[in-house]
Ligand binder design. Structure first.
Ligand SMILES: C[S@@+](CC[C@H](N)C(=O)[O-])C[C@H]1O[C@@H](n2cnc3c(N)ncnc32)[C@H](O)[C@@H]1O
Length: 294
């Protein structure tokens, strides 16, 4: 008993230290890795398996339903007084029982804070989930990826567990009930295509800008033929809505770099860009020959 208390209080003390100190990124990542080791050591294999196999699917569903029911947006907008399950269900036009059931899962997993039997306030995670980019990412990953994942065993059973022979014969087609490839299908489903591009933009925001770690001077600028202003300096192939090329333009070290900048993606993606970066936009299928030479 004494030993158990010692370990628990040591871990709690460590949590207090980490909360009170601002860790630099390298230290934070090292500590995170060490903490995973701690969890791995403490958690029994069966606890972990039950979490993955039994708990994670309904948790993921409750996160997706949290987006659909406006749970995260409503709770995030009321950090002081909180929101009741009844209020959420009224605004969503949903059954209070449905809202209550999903809220329980979200509270149990830290996606919202439960402060009373029926009252909820935002946790740090609620605030992030309420971000439109994160809502879009959740829809794109769940509505597409989860359908593929849940049909993958059936797909592989049907094809005798062989590697797919083409991008048109994968769990995606079975999951989404289509003959189209993933990106062809997105071309016909503009709402999820928009969500997909918001997910890409989120990925880019979450990581350090490529212009800070890639040696642009050496690999892109040195050796560039400056003679003609029409020469193309950089083509962003399959660049989506052009966040990467925008970062290049906005980086003061390269904003006066000579040469043209070109953003390429599929026609439906290029034509749907709402705030295009100030570069040449070019619809191009990267499975065909590259029209920009040099
Ligand atoms: C995974 S996203 C990556 C987007 C962006 N480059 C990034 O890293 O965030 C893949 C991109 O490739 C585009 N894409 C897929 N198939 C393509 C094709 N055949 N030709 C051109 N672009 C394609 C998609 O529309 C999408 O914008």
């Amino acid at each position: 008993m004494r030993q158990e208390l010692d370990i628990t209080s040591q871990i709690n003390a460590l949590i207090g230290t980490i909360k009170s100190e601002k860790l630099d990124e390298v230290t934070r990542l090292q500590a995170l890795s060490a903490t995973r080791g701690l969890l791995e050591t403490l958690e029994s294999p069966v606890e972990r398996i039950i979490q993955d196999v039994v708990m994670n699917p309904p948790i993921l569903t409750s996160i997706r339903m949290g987006v659909q029911l406006g749970i995260f947006t409503q709770i995030s907008q009321n950090p002081d007084h909180g929101v009741t399950a009844q209020e959420i269900s009224e605004r969503a036009g949903a059954s209070p029982i449905i809202v209550d059931q999903f809220l329980r899962l979200l509270a149990a997993t830290g996606y919202v804070d439960q402060i009373d039997a029926q009252k909820f306030k935002p946790s740090a995670r609620t605030m992030i989930m309420a971000n439109p980019n994160m809502e879009a990412t959740t829809r794109a990953c769940f509505d597409i990826g989860n359908c593929c994942a849940s049909k993958a065993p059936e797909f592989f059973r049907q094809n005798q567990n062989q590697f797919p022979s083409s991008a048109r014969e994968t769990p995606f087609q079975l999951g989404l009930n289509t003959n189209l490839s993933y990106f062809e299908w997105l071309g016909q489903n503009p709402a999820l295509a928009k969500d997909f591009q918001q997910w890409m933009a989120l990925n880019q925001k979450a990581t350090a800008s490529w212009t800070d770690w890639f040696d642009i001077q050496k690999h892109i600028i040195d050796g560039f033929d400056f003679q003609s202003p029409d020469n193309v300096l950089l083509v962003d192939v399959g660049g989506g809505e052009g966040k990467y090329i925008q970062e290049f333009k906005e980086n003061l070290s390269f904003s006066t770099a000579p040469g043209q900048l070109v953003l390429q993606d599929l026609p439906n993606v290029i034509s749907a860009i709402e705030n295009p970066p100030d570069v040449e936009l070019m619809a191009h299928d990267f499975f065909t020959s590259q029209p920009v030479k040099g």
